[in-house]
Design a protein around this ligand. Structure first.
Ligand code: SAM
Length: 379
């Protein structure tokens, strides 16, 4: 049996959903952004890390620690490091929220030297070593975790490739920051969840009818899916084309630029594309980012109409059993909550059923929060 601890990013609930689908296992909370997985199955952590948008780091259980005495903890650490080959580079980070004095890494080094083990230690700060340090040197990053009441010694076994995510976020040729762009990691989680809800050995054909700069389509291609997109803004359609061409070159993907159309989401797609779609993954228009309270009623009325028009149109293009992973806007003022929940009742009349509880997330300062919905179209 192996125990893994997953350090999650800024949208933990969404990350948990993604990881439960990817690992086909239930995760247990340890703290807000740390979840554990106890499993008898072999898990390819490197592949999981590469695939997931929400997983920041994985730690693997090494030993239980029975006291908070520094000398006991030091001896557990020495025991583990003394069994490693070659010169040992190590760091120790306390993630347990317990007051544990383990700053004396020099004492650990001394004990290793006494056992003829050459070593060097790195200062890992409060949050652990960065991806840059971990990927460029062979470091044993040890962490102390408190899982329920048990203190645990664990080691880092995978870390997110931040440079690669930043490349797709910041270095693609087209961006329209005024419209708001989805972080690629959230787009990746949406794609992975859609793939898993699709429940087939085949990858779904993903359509984004509000494609903007093409972030979701890029992650769909990265995950081996076929894709298509549309938007009513010509710059977005051209921009998505540039971004997808760049992605295919940059990552040497064996793919063509997906079909992209200049269309309102309520307008029909050409049948050559429409006939193939079995998942819609999308972040539609959310209204303006900083609305005044007095404008909200009308903004949400307009959004309700746009979303309903789009959902009606998708009944003509989604294949039976097709999946919709979609973001709805949500604004909570002191007096009232504005959302599109009444749309959900309407959607059941159109043949859509909810597949899992919605997940709400937002940046700390955002007025318009986001709520992710997961639906299946009966057809
Ligand atoms: C929030 S942005 C999507 C951003 C995209 N996820 C990205 O990361 O770049 C919403 C997009 O919907 C488009 N849009 C707004 N109303 C639309 C409609 N009725 N039909 C199709 N596209 C629409 C806008 O032009 C905009 O590009």
């Amino acid at each position: 049996m192996s125990t893994y601890y997953f350090q999650l990013g800024n949208t933990p609930q969404l990350s948990v959903l993604e990881l439960e689908y990817l690992t086909k296992n239930k995760l247990e909370p340890v703290s807000n952004q740390l979840y554990s997985l106890k499993t008898e199955d072999e898990i390819d952590i490197t592949a999981l890390q590469r695939e997931s948008g929400g997983l920041v780091k994985t730690y693997q259980w090494l030993a239980n620690i029975e006291t908070t005495s520094p000398s006991e903890i030091e001896s557990r650490i020495v025991e583990y490091l003394a069994n490693q080959t070659g010169k040992v580079i190590f760091s120790v980070t306390n993630l347990s929220y317990e007051k544990i004095e383990i700053d004396d890494l020099a004492a650990i080094k001394k004990q290793l030297t006494a056992q003829d083990v050459k070593s060097r230690y790195l200062d890992s700060g409060k949050r652990g070593l960065t991806a840059a340090v971990l990927s460029h040197q062979k470091v044993h990053e040890l962490v102390i975790i408190k899982d329920q009441e048990q203190l645990i010694l664990a080691k880092t076994v995978s870390i997110q490739d931040i440079d690669d995510w930043t490349k797709r976020d910041r270095h693609k040729p087209y961006a329209d920051r005024k419209k708001g762009m989805l972080p690629p990691k959230v787009a990746r989680m949406m794609v992975n969840i859609a793939k898993n809800l699709f429940e087939s050995n085949k990858y779904p054909n993903i359509h984004d009818p509000f494609c903007g700069s093409g972030t979701i389509l890029m992650e769909a291609l990265m995950m081996g899916c076929s894709a298509s997109g549309s938007d009513l803004d010509v710059n977005s359609v051209r921009g998505s084309e540039d971004n997808l061409g760049w992605l295919i070159d940059e990552y040497k993907l064996d793919k063509k630029i997906p079909p992209l159309y200049l269309l309102d989401a309520a307008q029909p797609l050409p049948t050559s594309t429409a006939n193939k779609i079995n998942a819609i993954v999308t972040e539609p228009f959310m209204g303006k980012p900083r609305p005044q309270e007095r404008e909200l009623k009308n903004i949400f009325k307009g959004l309700y109409r746009t979303y309903l028009g789009a959902f009606k149109n998708w009944t003509k293009i989604l294949r039976p059993g097709g999946i919709v992973v979609i973001i709805f806007p949500l604004v909570e003022t002191e007096n009232q909550t504005y959302d599109l929940n009444k749309l959900i009742d309407k959607l059941s009349q159109l043949g859509y059923t909810t597949m899992s509880q919605p997940v709400t997330y937002s940046r700390p300062q955002a007025i318009v929060k986001r709520q992710l919905h997961f639906l299946r179209y009966k057809g």
